[in-house]
Design a protein around this ligand. Structure first.
Ligand SMILES: Nc1ncnc2c1ncn2[C@@H]1O[C@H](COP(=O)(O)OP(=O)(O)OP(=O)(O)O)[C@@H](O)[C@H]1O
Length: 355
C-alpha cells in the first residue's frame, strides 16, 4: 500500500497503513495486524523522500514511472510512504519526522543534494535523531540514485538503475556507513557523506550550481569561473589531534568520506565510507593552466602522483584560516556552507544504510 506524504511538515499518521479492509491498526503504532487470526505481520515502514525537481525534473518523471513497480515489488512487505520535497531543506524535516515516527528506512530518491539533506535529517542539534516509539531497530538510510551526478552511488559501485536499487531495498541488508561531521565556531554541526571541501573546489561548486541545466558540464564551467580572481591561501591544519602544521598556497583541501564529487571527479580515490576514516587531498600552488592540463587526472583519480598534490588518511582534521580573510569558500557534498571561519573541525559519525 502507498501512503502519500506531501505536506510541508510531515504528518505522522500518514506512516500508518491506509486500507482498513486489509489491515487493522493495532494500539501499538508500529505493528500492523491482519484482521484474520493469523499471527501479527510486521510491515516495514519505508519513507521515500523524492525531489521531483532533481536532474532538471527527470527525477520526478522517472519516479512516477517507477512507483507501480515499487508497489508490486515491495507492497506486500512494506508500507510505502511517498514524500515529495517542496524545496531546499525540506528533505531534512521529512527525514527527522519519519525517524521520530519509527520509520524502518528513509530512502533518498534523487541526486547527491537530496541524499545530503536526508543524511542531515538523521541528526538534530548535534545528536542522532531518536525514534520516539522506543522501537528496537534504528532507522536506516536508503538511496535510489536518480540525480545529475550520483557521486555517492558511484563510490559504492552502484549503477544508476532504480530497479537494482529497489532490489537492494527489498533485501534490506544494512551496513554501517560513515558520515563526516563539520563543526564551525558559532554554528551547529553539519554532515556530509561524500566530500567536504575548502577553497577553489568549493567556489567552483558554488558557481556550478548556477549551470545545472548543462548537466555534468556545469562543474567544468563552474571551475573555470572560480579561477577568475582566485588566490591560493596559506592554511594551518591539525590531523588526528597532533601538531598544527602550515600548508602553504593551498588551492583546494578536500576531505573525502567517499571518492567522488563534482559529477564523477575522483578527488579522494582512496576514501572508503566504511573505513571509519577520511582521505584528505590537498592541492597546492595550482595555476589555472595546471587545472586544465590535469583535469583528466582529477576525473580518473590519478592526480595523487602529480606535483603539489598530497593525500593522507585521517580520523579527524582541523583547519585554521591563518589569513583570516573570511573569503575561503567551504562546501559539504556540494552545498555551499559560506566561508571558512577562523577554525573548523571534521570528525566521523556513522549511520546504518541499506547496501
Ligand atoms: N521541490 C524542489 N524544488 C527545487 N529544488 C528542490 C526541491 N526539492 C529539493 N530541492 C533542492 O534540489 C537540490 C538538488 O537536488 P538533487 O541532488 O536531487 O538533484 P541534482 O542536483 O540533479 O543531482 P546531483 O546533486 O547528484 O548533481 C537539493 O539539494 C535540494 O535542496
Amino acid at each position: 500500500m502507498i501512503c502519500y506524504y506531501n505536506h510541508p511538515i510531515a504528518k505522522p499518521s500518514l506512516l500508518r497503513a491506509q486500507n482498513p479492509m486489509a489491515f487493522d491498526l493495532s494500539s501499538d503504532n508500529s505493528v500492523f495486524r491482519g484482521v484474520s487470526s493469523s499471527p501479527p505481520i510486521r510491515l516495514r515502514d519505508l519513507v521515500f523522500v523524492v525531489n521531483p525537481r532533481g536532474a532538471n525534473g527527470r527525477t520526478g518523471k522517472e519516479w512516477k514511472k517507477l512507483l507501480p513497480y515499487l508497489q508490486s515489488r515491495l507492497g506486500s512487505d512494506c508500507n510505502i510512504c511517498e514524500s515529495l520535497t517542496s524545496g531546499p531543506s525540506h528533505a531534512i524535516d521529512i527525514t527527522r519526522e519519519a525517524i521520530r515516527e519509527g520509520a524502518h528506512a528513509v530512502i533518498a530518491v534523487g541526486g547527491d543534494g537530496t541524499l545530503h539533506e536526508v543524511v542531515n535529517g538523521f541528526f538534530s542539534d548535534g545528536k542522532p535523531v531518536a525514534n520516539q516509539n522506543e522501537a528496537v531497530y534504528s532507522t536506516a538510510l536508503g538511496l535510489i540514485p536518480l540525480g545529475t551526478g550520483s557521486d555517492f552511488a558511484r563510490t559504492l559501485g552502484w549503477k544508476n538503475d532504480p530497479r537494482e536499487a529497489i532490489e537492494r531495498i527489498a533485501k534490506g541488508v544494512r551496513s554501517r556507513i560513515d558520515v563526516g561531521v563539520i563543526s564551525r565556531e558559532a554554528e551547529g554541526s553539519h554532515y556530509f557523506i561524500n566530500v567536504a571541501d575548502i577553497h577553489l573546489s568549493a567556489k567552483a561548486g558554488y558557481y556550478a550550481s548556477r549551470y545545472k541545466k548543462f548537466g555534468n558540464m556545469c562543474y567544468v564551467i563552474g571551475a573555470l569561473q572560480a579561477f577568475m580572481g582566485h588566490r591560493n591561501q596559506d592554511l594551518r591544519i591539525k590531523v588526528n589531534e597532533g601538531e598544527w602544521q602550515t600548508c602553504s598556497q593551498v588551492t583546494a583541501l578536500c576531505v573525502g568520506n567517499a571518492k567522488y564529487f563534482g559529477g564523477g571527479m575522483k578527488i579522494t580515490p582512496n576514501a572508503d565510507p566504511r573505513s571509519g576514516s577520511f582521505e584528505v587531498v590537498i592541492l597546492q600552488d595550482f595555476k589555472w593552466y595546471d587545472f586544465l592540463l590535469k583535469l583528466h587526472k582529477l576525473y580518473n583519480g590519478t592526480h595523487l602522483s602529480v606535483k603539489n598534490v598530497t593525500s593522507r588518511n585521517v580520523y579527524t582534521i582541523e583547519v585554521d584560516d591563518i589569513s583570516g580573510s573570511g573569503s575561503i569558500f567551504i562546501q559539504s557534498d556540494g552545498e555551499h556552507l559560506g566561508f571558512l571561519p577562523r577554525k573548523l573541525s571534521i570528525l566521523p559519525a556513522a549511520i546504518e544504510m541499506i547496501c
